[in-house]
Design a protein around this ligand. Structure first.
Ligand code: ITT
Length: 200
């Protein structure tokens, strides 16, 4: 799993459980360099991460590039979701509360019917022989008026899921892993993963 995000690692492990594929994450390869994410789309960034990690480790790599698109903000923060609250004068990466705090601030005063948003996830599997497989998943909802819930990670406390009338962070892993953008992207890749299992 070509990611350093502990929340993604946890969810990907749960979602891939039962496939019988051994999983390592970048925590197992502390010496690998940071891979710059300079693409304009989630799919481009996921492909860069997956290809580069497959090349550097000599192992098949599964990368997830994901984020939140908010309609009232013209689709922002999008591919910049992880760096949304970045202060350019500071080298520090923003925390999850920094990012959703900034989002709530930007959305203050925006009425409920204009608070639509969606999580998007692109997953790319890169094999060491150069083959690449891509899948995408989305999950629609609204930006909540205030943060709620302790589960999940990232923007989950401020992402309200209409089907459940709760934030993603209130729902817990079992429900999230059924409905999330990540679950949907992996479901689309499932057949390929199963057919390639002996090569992985
Ligand atoms: P890697 O590149 O190492 O995978 P990252 O955290 O930098 O880790 P991204 O560039 O894909 O990952 O940024 C994803 C952003 O979108 C980040 O701010 C996450 O918190 C947020 N995000 C992604 N999936 C999410 C989810 O399921 N729930 C809440 N926020 C999510």
């Amino acid at each position: 799993m070509a990611t350093r995000n502990a929340g993604k690692v946890r969810e990907l492990r749960d979602l891939l459980q039962g496939l019988g594929i051994g999983l390592l994450s970048l925590a197992d390869f502390p010496e690998l360099p940071e891979i710059p994410e300079e693409g304009a789309t989630f799919a481009e960034n996921a492909a860069t991460k997956a290809r580069e990690v497959a090349r550097l480790t000599g192992l098949p790599a599964l990368a997830d590039d994901s984020g939140l698109e908010v309609a009232a903000l013209g689709g922002r923060p999008g591919v910049y979701s992880a760096r949304y609250a970045q202060d350019r004068t500071q080298p520090l990466t923003p925390t999850d509360p920094d990012n959703w705090g900034k989002l709530l601030e930007e959305m203050s005063g925006v009425p409920w019917e204009q608070r639509q948003a969606r999580f998007v996830c692109a997953i790319v599997l890169a094999l060491t022989d150069g083959r690449v497989f891509t899948a995408r998943g989305e999950c629609g909802g609204y930006i909540a008026l205030e943060p709620k819930g302790e589960h999940g990670f990232g923007y989950d406390p401020v992402f309200w899921v209409p089907e459940y009338g709760r934030t993603m962070a209130e729902l817990g892993p079992e429900v999230k892993n059924r409905i999330s953008h990540r679950a949907r992207a992996l479901a689309a890749l499932q057949e390929i993963l199963v057919s390639l299992k002996d090569e992985l």
